[in-house]
Design a protein around this ligand. Structure first.
Ligand code: 9D3
Length: 231
């Protein structure tokens, strides 16, 4: 059983996000338990303040360290990175993180607990990245308004890799990424739609020809959309 704890100032953002498809099934099967937590519940002041102005000046606000350290301690019993056991990861979602990859998703899928910290505002006090988290992760080079959508992406990618979450598809899906090409194009009925024909070879039933066409079509698609994967 993988336990996923999400530390956020918007716990309601996740309310229905995990109630569909593979994630819903994995939860129902007892493969994963996902708990969003309100960062404000680890504040001790009357107004539940989680942010403050940046030292050195500048625009915007920064998430304060104390509630985040308290949240991680209450969820893991660890106060610093070096006290976090091997089977647990404390992940900061941040634009400054290392890019999240399929191989990192596979590593996370083997863990017993993931604690995800969602940044907001201009950022998170750097002592969190320096001394508390095991992994600082970005999902790509574009600007989000916070870590919450990135946490959704990470959880989705990880959960489908838990043994039993997908059934027999799992190994095939992993392979199609590890051969370094994009997937081949898919078609279904009707064979002609508004003058657009399905490639004839797919209608022939010649399995060797179909396999060859799919390999070449995957290479062509990769050349066109992701030439970086061929280098
Ligand atoms: C002006 C400098 N910006 C940093 C690149 C400020 C800033 C932008 C976006 C500060 C915080 C955010 C919120 N984004 C995330 O927390 C985030 C994120 C993202 O924006 N892109 C890709 N992955 C991620 S993971 C968390």
């Amino acid at each position: 059983m993988l336990r996923v704890d999400i530390i956020t100032i918007f716990p309601d953002y996740f309310r229905e996000a995990f109630d569909y498809g593979i994630i819903r099934r994995a939860k129902a099967a007892g493969l994963v338990d996902i708990q969003p937590h309100d960062l404000r519940s680890w504040t001790s002041d009357r107004h539940h303040v989680v942010d403050d102005r940046p030292f050195g000046g500048g625009d915007g606000m920064v998430l304060k360290p104390e509630p985040i350290f308290a949240a991680v301690e209450s969820l893991t019993s660890a106060r610093r990175r070096e006290d976090i056991p091997g089977g647990k990861r404390v992940v900061l979602l941040s634009p400054q993180g290392k890019q999240f990859t399929q191989s990192q998703a596979s590593e996370f899928a083997k863990c017993e607990q993931l604690v995800l910290i969602c940044g907001r505002y201009e950022g998170v006090d750097e002592r969190v990245a320096e001394s508390l988290v095991t992994d600082e992760v970005s999902i790509g080079d574009y600007v989000l308004s916070g870590g919450e959508p990135a946490a959704l992406v990470l959880v989705d990618a990880v959960i489908r890799l838990i043994p039993g979450a997908l059934g027999s598809e799992t190994s095939a899906t992993t392979e199609s990424f590890s051969d370094g090409l994009l997937d081949y194009p898919h078609y279904t009925r009707p064979p002609e739609f508004e003058n657009m024909r399905v490639p004839e070879v797919l209608l022939t039933g010649h399995h060797a020809d179909i396999a060859k066409w799919r390999r070449e079509a995957a290479e062509e698609k990769t050349r066109k959309n992701r030439p970086d994967l061929l280098k």
